[in-house]
Design a protein around this ligand. Structure first.
Ligand SMILES: [Zn+2]
Length: 80
């Protein structure tokens, strides 16, 4: 699955890579959650999943969404 082109940004180290530099994702089904954008590849530096590069505002909005998701999970734990 090397159909992707363009630039891709690592979720962890924030580096941007050309599509051809990305590695195939190991255990893809274990590393994504339902509803999550499917990553385009794996970072050749740190092994974290990468997504197609967006402008900075879009990336910031995504990080806020992830943070809100974490809070939701913690609240669920309190209601047991
Ligand atoms: Zn990385």
């Amino acid at each position: 699955m090397k159909a992707f082109t363009g630039k891709h940004t690592c979720e962890n180290c924030g580096e941007t890579f050309d599509a051809r530099l990305l590695h195939d994702i190991e255990d893809l089904e274990k590393r994504i959650s339902p509803g999550e954008i499917v990553p385009s590849g794996q970072c050749p530096d740190c092994g974290t999943v990468c997504h197609i590069a967006k402008d900075k505002e879009a990336i910031d909005a995504m990080h806020v969404a992830i943070r809100d998701m974490d809070f939701a999970e913690q609240e669920d734990n309190f209601t047991i």
